[in-house]
Design a protein around this ligand. Structure first.
Ligand SMILES: Nc1ncnc2c1ncn2[C@@H]1O[C@H](COP(=O)(O)OP(=O)(O)OP(=O)(O)O)[C@@H](O)[C@H]1O
Ligand SMILES: [Mg+2]
Length: 391
């Protein structure tokens, strides 16, 4: 039974009438030793519950028999038993049973149907049914997890083969377009074809970058992303990236400042990934900073001995309520400024994932209209300490 209700969990115990004498109840309890509780019903409405233990404690006491033998059972019953409807779920019964402070849940509960006595339920059967239900739910969750894992596995398989299928012809397109745009086989006429070749080449490069990002995201999500560790000099790498981006910095007409402390220790990291972290953060800063703004690339050692690098800008900023959102895949903030900017919204989630694979953290602080600072902190274990030369 997957979701039993009160009706399924109750057993029919022949009830007592309120005017049954305590002597008769005592006789029945002696005769029916398996019964722990007996409901008391007036007409067909439950009015009380007799608990074997409580009843016996009073009845067998000195003068108990003399005092109560002729008394009706209503003088020795619990007049406020827990009553639940036959349709009540295990959760409902549990709530009714365990929130009643006037008596112990071990006394069980009376089940009624349309207000009429139906049967008696015990805490033990309720517990058993709840445990069964939880076990079934755990099984179901495990099955769902396995299905999700299989689906995610086939999704990354699909993406991997798709991207291979796309990348191969795309590389050919980029290669031929490059050949044509450089006019390696002679001048192209009319000249408009030359412009087309340039556009094809540009679009091809853009598409390839997008496919690569998608594939990386899929790899990260399926846990197949590998780290190729090396000793990385952040100052050298920073300068190399800046050289790479010099042209877009000039086109955007922004100023770039570098604040990298001299004698920065090397780090143990995947150079390719650190490069992409810097490229993504800088390209965001360039993309979202209007002409005349300033972008600063900084790196220093923090107090804990870890390395921190940050890219800050004086650009359009990110609204406070979107700071978490922009770290999710495909999330972009649309406004009149950004609508004109290209992108897929995978840059920041990739940066975050790459930083986290290195055991680091990423923090964004931003003020709308004033600028953004993305700070990446790598743990001290990533810093390579120069071994001191023994004297
Ligand atoms: N420096 C920044 N200043 C202002 N907004 C930013 C900045 N960096 C990111 N954002 C906002 O966060 C969004 C997500 O950034 P992300 O780098 O993930 O994607 P993208 O730059 O739009 O596309 P992609 O990086 O895939 O080309 C951006 O679209 C932009 O709205
Ligand atoms: Mg980006």
């Amino acid at each position: 039974m997957s979701n039993p209700i009160a009706r399924d969990l109750s057993e029919h115990v022949v009830p007592l009438r309120p005017d049954t004498s305590c002597a008769d109840v005592f006789a029945r309890l002696l005769a029916e030793t398996e019964i722990m509780h007996i409901p008391v019903v007036c007409g067909d409405r439950p009015v009380g519950l007799v608990s074997r233990q409580d009843f016996m404690l009073v009845y067998v006491r000195m003068y108990g028999r003399e005092l109560y033998g002729r008394q009706p059972v209503s003088s020795l019953m619990n007049t406020h038993p827990v009553i639940v409807d036959a349709e009540a779920s295990c959760e409902d019964i549990g709530t009714a049973l365990f929130s009643n402070e006037t008596h112990s849940p071990l006394q069980g509960y009376i089940v009624t149907e349309h207000g009429r006595y139906f049967g008696l339920g015990s805490a033990a059967t309720l517990m058993l049914a709840t445990a069964d239900m939880l076990a079934a739910r755990a099984d179901e969750l495990e099955r769902q997890r396995q299905r999700a894992e299989a689906a995610s596995e086939s999704k990354s398989q699909f993406l991997a083969s798709m991207s291979h299928e796309l990348r191969t012809p795309l590389n050919a397109i980029i290669g031929f377009a490059d050949l044509m745009r450089l006019q390696l086989l002679g001048p192209m006429t009319p000249t408009r074809y030359h412009e087309y070749a340039q556009d094809i080449h540009g679009s091809g490069i853009h598409l390839l970058a997008m496919i690569n990002e998608l594939l990386d995201m899929a790899k990260i999500e399926s846990g197949h992303f590998e780290l190729h560790e090396d000793e990385v000099d952040l100052a050298l790498l920073g300068n190399e990236v800046l050289r790479m981006m010099r042209q877009s910095i000039q086109i955007a007409r922004v100023t770039l400042r570098i604040d990298i402390r001299a004698a920065l220790p090397q780090i143990r990291a995947d150079e390719q990934q650190v490069r992409r972290v810097l490229v993504n953060l800088l390209s965001n800063a360039i993309k979202f900073t209007p002409a005349g703004g300033v972008i600063t690339l900084a790196a220093h050692e923090n107090e804990a001995g870890g390395l921190e690098m940050s890219v800050s800008d004086t650009g359009i900023g990110i609204p406070a309520d979107k700071l978490d959102k922009v770290l999710e895949p495909f999330e972009q903030i649309e406004n009149s400024f950004t609508r004109t900017r290209a992108g897929t919204g995978l840059g920041l989630p990739l940066v975050k994932a790459m930083v986290e694979i290195h055991g680091g953290t990423l923090h964004i602080s931003s003020e709308l209209g004033r600028g953004t600072c993305v700070c990446v902190a790598l743990p001290p274990e990533r810093t390579i300490r120069q071994k001191s030369v023994a004297a």
